[in-house]
Ligand binder design. Structure first.
Ligand SMILES: [Mn+2]
Length: 312
């Protein structure tokens, strides 16, 4: 694939150029407040009209899986239609061997097809806000580009801050990287609480919870528990129900946890999807592909599982 070759051969200047261009693209989408078939409001994207939808979840440096999906969906043709959407659920980097190849490629895709590509932010794309480990990405940059690594890393960090925190596909899907914020008031006021989550980070936990939370079976009388991750929380079924009602959607799709391609939780209201293969030998990689007609019929996350494609 030509894109894989370009990503492999890019030098430091090519890289910086691509990332700056992606920053401009993301910034101008936010200023225009629109994307084909939908609206952008800070960290929130709401899609009203779409034809076909592909969702890729955590990649964690596994560029082979990315290129495989892109070739399976015939991406140049797919993305040339503005109402076809390719959504990434975040966690592009760390752990695997080619985070740079993925960053180069997703920047290229966003720059070339700005209306068809939605880049969501994962917890690995927020190292300044929430330090965590492993975060081997800076070392990968240094290995490849030597002392220009700082310049590149800094540019990438500022681009991360412009990524989408939640995507709502009208009346159907709510997409986040990690999970749902546990305070009921945040759901009731979801447009504002997500749109400005980045700016309000100090006063509210919405950014942290979207990027770090996990769905769990929790005691009926409680809605949340401390997470073993040290950041974010575990949220129960009632939180999921509250968010689906507030956003008028039928299913939540999120990544953040390795699984056998996908997993269902909370009475089939949530699907966890995972698209990274090479560093998780006990998990499987998958992505989701569906058209508007299928989407129209979706009543819960279990029905979505018919549209999960596994990577061989
Ligand atoms: Mn994650």
């Amino acid at each position: 694939m030509q894109l894989a070759e370009s990503a492999k051969n890019a030098d430091a200047s090519d890289f910086i150029h691509k990332i700056r261009q992606a920053e401009d693209t993301l910034q101008s989408g936010r200023q225009r407040r629109s994307i084909a078939g939908g609206q952008i409001n800070g960290g929130l994207v709401e899609v009203h009209d779409l034809e076909n939808l592909v969702i890729i979840s955590d990649l964690h440096g596994d560029s082979k899986s990315l290129f495989r999906v892109l070739s399976e969906i015939n991406y140049e043709q797919f993305l040339s239609r503005e109402l076809n959407k390719l959504v990434f659920l975040g966690d592009y980097i760390d752990r695997g061997s080619d985070s740079l190849g993925i960053m180069y490629s997703v920047c290229y895709l966003k720059n070339t097809y700005p209306d068809s590509v939605i880049l969501m932010r994962g917890n690995h794309e927020a190292p300044a806000e929430f330090p965590f480990s492993p975060h081997n990405f800076p070392y990968e940059i240094e290995d490849r580009f030597g002392n220009r690594w700082r310049e590149i890393y800094k540019e990438i960090l500022s681009m991360f801050r412009l990524m989408t925190l939640a995507t709502v596909v009208r009346r159907k899907l709510l997409l986040v990287h990690g999970g749902l914020p546990t305070k009921e008031a945040e759901a009731a006021n979801f447009r504002e609480s997500i749109a400005f989550a980045q700016e309000r980070q100090v006063r509210s936990s919405v950014l942290e919870e979207i990027l770090w939370n996990d769905p769990r079976q929790i005691d009926e009388n409680r809605e949340q528990e401390r997470s073993r991750r040290g950041l974010g929380r575990y949220f129960g079924t009632s939180v999921t129900r509250t968010w689906l009602q507030a956003t008028d959607t039928k299913a939540v799709i999120r990544g953040h946890e390795p699984c056998l391609g996908f997993r269902l939780d909370h009475d089939n209201m949530i699907m966890t999807l995972f698209s990274c293969k090479d560093i998780y030998p006990n998990s499987a990689a998958a992505y989701l592909m569906l058209n508007a007609a299928y989407l129209e019929k979706i009543k819960d996350a279990k029905e979505l599982s018919l549209h999960v494609k596994f990577l061989a």
